[in-house]
Ligand binder design. Structure first.
Ligand code: PBG
Length: 326
């Protein structure tokens, strides 16, 4: 049927009818809030390129988690800034490591929270790469051991979900085996399955103090030009035991999110990364865009593309808006 029988504007006529035919719904439960934990007490260092985000000591972090939970944001993703770094990132595997301490402190005070622990070496190595360096490149197989050790240590501390973000081949398998062997067969793995070598991670590297000291990450993270390869990465991670697969970044990769959801029908996460966040913030501060409106449009687009879970620094602001809509 064509015009004039069909008039698509009929279903936009007023707010109630528009709500009735809304196809995509963003929920507070979809959001995961990333947080940066550092040594000390009472520390709340602003991250200049990510307004409203901080490096927080454990005590401050616990309070921030309470605020998140009170707004209905019950999932957090933790990144650590350790006191000392080493060649291989062994500091990430210690039971008194910064994230391990943070997890214990959060769990001691908050019941109703899901802690997702990022697993990667880049915040813990002196050179800022995501694994052990041999011949000027990250060595895949020796890095797997550290990643598995880090995962078990985080699970021991009480992490609810393990999220490897390193892009080594075979890490999901090794981590799954190590978790099972240690008795953590119930702990799910959310793998950063299709993670691109992206310029959008810039602000995060300030936040996590994890910028590579030489070269870049293109021997392990994916080429932004490729999407069939992303499907192979995702298939491999599922085969190895990933419970949730992630696409990262989100906004320039909505086609990848769409393909992932449709080809694999797995719980799919998307990481609305630091650079995507900071662009919205910066343009908002200049009054070039309506920040809150653009934020909600961005998050909705990620959901519409197929993401079930959205990791975003906007989580608390978005929760305020979603809670206000109820
Ligand atoms: C660690 C890691 C990175 C991000 C999440 N985990 C940075 C990187 O790969 O350099 C980026 C997150 C963001 O930009 O918000 N490998």
């Amino acid at each position: 049927m064509a015009f004039p029988d069909t008039r698509l504007r009929r279903l936009r006529y007023n707010k109630i009818v528009r709500h009735m035919v809304t196809e995509t719904h963003l929920r507070v439960e979809d959001l995961v809030y990333p947080l940066f934990v550092c040594p000390g007490t009472g520390v709340k260092n602003p991250i200049s390129s990510m307004p409203g985000n901080y490096q927080m000591s454990v005590d401050v972090l616990v309070e921030e988690c309470k605020i998140a939970v009170s707004k209905g944001v019950k999932s957090v993703l933790l990144f650590g800034i350790p006191e000392h770094k080493d060649e291989h990132g062994h500091v990430a595997c210690q039971s008194d490591g910064i994230v391990q301490k943070a997890i214990r402190a959060i769990k001691a005070e908050i019941n109703d929270i899901l802690i997702i622990a990022d697993v990667c070496n880049c915040e813990y190595t002196t050179h800022g790469h995501c694994g052990t360096i041999i011949d000027n490149d990250v060595d895949n197989d020796s890095t797997l051991k550290t990643l598995a050790d880090q995962s078990v240590s985080l699970a021991e501390a009480g992490a609810d979900v393990i999220a490897p973000s390193d892009m080594m081949d075979g890490r999901v398998l090794r981590i799954r085996e190590a978790l099972d062997l240690a008795g953590y067969e119930k702990i799910p793995i959310m793998s950063y399955a299709a993670k691109y070598a992206s310029g959008f991670y810039g602000p995060f590297r300030e936040a996590a103090e994890s910028a590579p000291q030489f070269g870049d990450r293109s021997t392990y993270q994916m080429n932004p030009a490729n999407s069939d390869e992303a499907m192979r990465e995702i298939a491999a991670d599922i085969e190895e035991g990933a419970d949730i697969v992630m696409v990262k970044p989100a906004l320039s990769y909505l086609d990848i999110i769409y393909r992932t959801k449709h080809e694999f029908e797995m719980p799919t996460a998307a990481y609305n990364v630091s650079g995507e966040f900071s662009m919205v913030k910066a343009a908002g501060e200049k009054d070039w865009i309506d920040e809150k409106r653009v934020m909600m449009e961005v998050l909705l687009s990620i959901k519409r593309a197929g993401a079930d879970i959205i990791i975003t620094y906007h989580a608390l602001d978005a929760a305020d808006i979603l809670n206000g809509q109820k």
